[in-house]
Design a protein around this ligand. Structure first.
Ligand SMILES: Cc1cc2nc3c(=O)[nH]c(=O)nc-3n(C[C@H](O)[C@H](O)[C@H](O)COP(=O)(O)OP(=O)(O)OC[C@H]3O[C@@H](n4cnc5c(N)ncnc54)[C@H](O)[C@@H]3O)c2cc1C
Length: 470
């Protein structure tokens, strides 16, 4: 039988297509396999042969670690020890204190193996009433035909499905820091920081320049160290904040007693300041407040009006990001050592110009505080500004086509897709679709916090339930 959604006996069976086989796609599939009681066809469309790992958990270095402790990385909300128990039984854990595993920041490649094992296990136990199909190709277009979507793929195949889940995850970083510059086409510009080639084939004759000072910058620095790169590394962002370390702290939970709707950004900032000042007394800072309100973040974001969301993005986002996205202590120490040795320099400022000259890249930088322009010559530039969130700028034929056809729209913050918080994509008339769904980073505009496993595992479970309920 072909994955057309119509069985050979002619009965009309529900067909769900999932586009993208990273954490979100695979766990939505696994949850569907667990809970579907009626006959069902599912097709998983994924660009690469290697399913399940996605960008995050298929990395060239075992030193690229999770930024969440193992105890919070279970793929299943109802089984919080699932990852830790799998790891203990996996044979990958060779030495050290097993009791401490829940508190470790394990390699992201190990997590990739975990996701693959969940996937393989699910394939062994496919219920008889479910037919599962795979298309190993990129989905490039969709067309509504009656009550189906026809999904076209790059390899020429097509899939007819009643319901489609966009689980396309993390897209390549945007180029805003280099907008309009010819340099974007230079072979010395590496736009994909997750690929090993961004740190390969360097000699020590000139420095490297990284745009971005967040967690991806740290991954690249680690990659460069592994490749024995021994010249200077510059990393630049508008504010040039340093990354904080995960460390034991006292979450300011009393703030929850004072947090109540209606939420307004000005009042929230005042309240946060009050608790950050309290944290300073323990020698701690914003992370104690950001962690304390994590369970409320989505609720607060959803109730802010557009102006307040814009204010947050302009004035608070960078500070929030520093407090929220922290490094395991041992990696943080590594980074600090490099800074102390002068091998890594974090700059605050903006790129004014970038061009190739005499076999190197010349960068004109305007420093934030002094507003002075300076010139830096480097061997290459690596873009670590984080996944692009504006769907109008995605380098994806699928998105270009379905935006043009009016099947999806950017949300008002340009952080993802216009959708209900439960993942139903909003149609032209503003009504939630009963055929098009999404989850994960594409819901960032709706939920703000929609990136990490602790949120995504819940989304995959709820989306599977929703897909079968409507
Ligand atoms: C470098 C990095 C490190 C991270 N580390 C952590 C961490 O330590 N802990 C944590 O909780 N979260 C982490 N995250 C967050 C991460 O986003 C989520 O944990 C999770 O991996 C997201 O899964 P996803 O399925 O939404 O996206 P992805 O993993 O990006 O998977 C989407 C897949 O869809 C495929 N795809 C895209 N378009 C198409 C198409 N048109 N047709 C077919 N296939 C398509 C892509 O090839 C991709 O493999 C990290 C993210 C990144 C980028």
């Amino acid at each position: 039988m072909s994955p057309s959604g119509t069985t050979s006996t002619g009965t009309h069976t529900q067909h769900i297509a999932i586009i993208g086989g990273g954490f979100c796609g695979i766990l939505t599939l696994v949850n569907l396999l667990k809970i579907a009681k009626n006959p069902l066809h599912i097709t998983l469309i994924h660009t690469e042969e290697l399913l399940a790992k996605g960008i995050a958990y298929d990395t060239y270095s075992d030193q690229h670690v999770l930024n969440v402790e193992a105890r919070n990385m279970s793929a299943f909300p109802d089984d919080p020890n699932h990852f830790v128990n799998w790891y203990k039984d996996s044979g990958l854990h060779s030495n050290g204190d097993a009791e401490q595993i829940p508190f470790h920041y394990l390699s992201r490649n190990i997590y990739g193996k975990y996701l693959q094992s969940i996937f393989k296990e699910a394939l062994i136990h496919i219920p008889h009433h479910i037919n599962l199909y795979f298309v190993h190709s990129e989905a490039t277009d969709m067309q509504l035909e009656g009550d189906h979507f026809r999904i076209s793929c790059r390899d020429g195949s097509s899939v007819l499905a009643h319901k489609v889940v966009l689980a396309t995850g993390n897209h390549l970083p945007g180029h805003s820091a280099l907008n309009g510059k010819d340099f974007l086409n230079s072979p010395k510009y590496f736009s994909n920081p997750w690929k090993e080639e961004s740190v390969n084939d360097l000699d020590d004759s000139a420095p490297v320049f990284i745009i971005g000072t967040g967690l991806t910058m740290v991954d690249v620095v680690i990659g460069l160290q592994e490749k024995k790169f021994n010249n200077k590394i510059y990393a630049l962002s508008p504010k040039g904040f340093n990354i904080l370390a995960h460390r034991p702290h006292h979450p300011q939970r009393e703030i929850l007693d004072e947090l109540a709707p209606p939420y307004e950004i000005e009042k929230l900032v005042q309240l946060f300041r009050k608790y950050v000042h309290k944290a300073w007394k323990h020698g701690e800072s914003g992370e104690t407040v950001v962690d304390a309100v994590r369970s409320k973040t989505q609720e607060i974001w959803q109730s802010l009006d557009l102006k307040d969301k814009q204010r947050f993005m302009s004035h608070v986002r960078h500070l929030w990001g520093v407090a929220r996205h922290r490094l395991p202590a041992h990696i943080h120490n590594q980074v600090q050592d490099l800074i102390t040795q002068g091998k890594l320099e974090i700059l605050a400022g903006r790129i004014q110009d970038a061009f190739e000259e005499d076999g190197l890249v010349t960068l004109k930088i305007k420093r934030r505080k002094s507003q002075q322009e300076e010139t830096i010559k480097v061997a290459r530039v690596i873009n670590c500004t984080g996944p692009q969130t504006d769907i109008l700028k995605f380098d994806s034929l699928l998105f270009q086509n379905i935006i043009r056809k009016g099947y999806i729209f950017p949300d008002e913050m340009r952080l993802g897709v216009e959708a209900n918080p439960d993942g139903r994509i909003l149609q032209k008339d503003g009504k939630p679709s009963s055929q098009l769904f999404t989850l994960g980073t594409l819901l960032k505009g709706k939920l703000w916090e929609s990136t990490a496993v602790p949120e995504l595992r819940m989304q995959t479970k709820k989306l599977a339930e929703l897909l079968l309920a409507i």
